[in-house]
Design a protein around this ligand. Structure first.
Ligand SMILES: C[S@@+](CC[C@H](N)C(=O)[O-])C[C@H]1O[C@@H](n2cnc3c(N)ncnc32)[C@H](O)[C@@H]1O
Length: 249
């Protein structure tokens, strides 16, 4: 009798637990490669390889990207002129925003093509207006997702990411999809404000250190080629997709 009572108690307890959990929201499955903690100001509370990911800059900030003093402050002219591209190359500008870089780069590849990729259709709409006014025919906008730039495999000669990687909410997935889109031997040029330099007047989560960028690119199998520091505020890191495949865990 004593055991029967205990058995009934367990059955009731189990039924109560099941009913209760069915009413609770089921937490989303979280990728173990990311950590989730209380976010800091400007961050999303999601961490990758020790770095907190920043909020995405909304399309209402488009004016800041196009500010007239940007070329002088960031020497964007130097950056565009020094990109390792040939006239027939296919170039992807990932996180292109308003196309501040896409459009001058399109002039550097008259026999090639530039693919500006962004997750905000509003940014791509601004870019498209600017493209039309400049009468450029070798620019093809691509609406990306949080996990992929939606580019065909093994096609891109050079991918270019300026001040955008730190806000990718799935940096590993984006990175792997980007590696897939690069042709073997293709390059990635990644530009981020220097986190090592406290005099660079940009919020902490919008900056990255060279070491952090290198460890994140190493994790997706990209080979570091060099880091250039000819810009006043940003690192220019160049990586290459190996000719032979790499195994990623
Ligand atoms: C700070 S803006 C920089 C725009 C441009 N590269 C420039 O320097 O003028 C960052 C851009 O990255 C885009 N972005 C954020 N996450 C993205 C993702 N996963 N894939 C593609 N674009 C993304 C945002 O929508 C935003 O337009």
């Amino acid at each position: 009798m004593k055991y029967l009572k205990q058995l009934m108690f367990l059955a009731v307890a189990l039924a109560a637990t099941t009913a209760c959990s069915a009413d609770q929201p089921v937490p989303a499955k979280k990728d173990s490669r990311y950590e989730y903690k209380t976010g800091s100001r400007g961050g999303i509370g999601k961490f990758y390889m020790g770095r907190e990911i920043s909020h995405v800059m909304g399309h209402r900030g488009a004016g800041w990207l196009e500010r007239p003093e940007r070329e002088r402050q960031e020497r964007t002219d130097l950056l565009i002129n020094r990109l390792p591209i040939s006239p027939g190359d296919k170039v992807a500008d990932i996180g292109a925003g308003t196309g501040f870089f896409t459009l001058p780069i399109a002039k550097r590849v008259p026999e090639g093509r530039v693919y500006p990729v962004d997750i905000q259709p509003e940014m791509l709409a601004i870019l498209e207006e600017r493209r039309k006014s400049m009468e450029l025919s070798n620019v093809e906008s691509v609406l990306g997702s949080e996990t992929s730039p939606n580019l065909p495999a093994n096609t891109i000669d050079l991918a270019f990411i300026v001040d955008a990687y730190h806000e990718f909410s799935y940096p590993r997935e984006m990175g792997l999809a980007l590696v897939d889109a690069l042709r073997p031997g293709g390059k990635l040029v990644l530009i981020e404000y220097r986190a090592e330099d406290p005099t660079v007047p940009i919020k902490r989560l919008h900056k990255m250190s060279e070491a952090q960028v290198r460890q994140e690119m190493d994790a997706i199998g990209l080979q570091w080629v060099k880091t250039d520091d000819y810009l006043p505020q940003q690192h220019v890191l160049i990586f290459e997709k190996l000719q032979t495949g790499v195994s990623i865990d």
